[in-house]
Write a protein that binds this ligand. Sequence first.
Ligand code: SF4
Length: 178
Amino acid sequence: MQLFGNTANNGETYHDSTTEDTLLPGGMLYLKLDDPLIKTKKDIAIEEIESEIAKKLRMKGVILSDARLLKAMDSNMIKESSVLDLSIKKDGSYTSKVPVASKEQFDNLMKHMKKILKKIGDEILSGNIKNEPIKKKNQTPCEYCDYKLICRFDKDLGNQFRVINELKNEEVLKKISE
Ligand code: SF4
């Protein structure tokens, strides 16, 4: 998602009218293509079902901390957004279950991703094409990979996973700004 943010329009997608012609990223969001089922113990109105479906399809990702932008993303929002998992309070502040990042944190994310891309490119050019997939708890991408037969990853042949420890969003944002 961050990679796409970097390549799409050079990561500049949101116009901040308060700072002349500055373009800022408004967020990095993704929508799961799904057709969710709503379970209820009693009959409910179609409108209620539609509202529950919309809630399940709310986008995930990271958003820029700017209440004006959040309102602009969902112009029909009165209190709770049907686009993102957040609600606006009477005083204009908001509570959000979607991670929120400042402009500086967005910049840090972009810089960090560019650094990683450069490192990957340099390593490939220097001949490093090791198959060293990540492992998070007991999950690995190999479970869903179509290239098992080609890459021949095999722990018995000495291949290793790169074990990664999951960090909280705030921890990631703090780490990349150090
Ligand atoms: S099966 Fe091979 S190519 Fe696929 S994720 Fe695992 S290591 Fe990578």
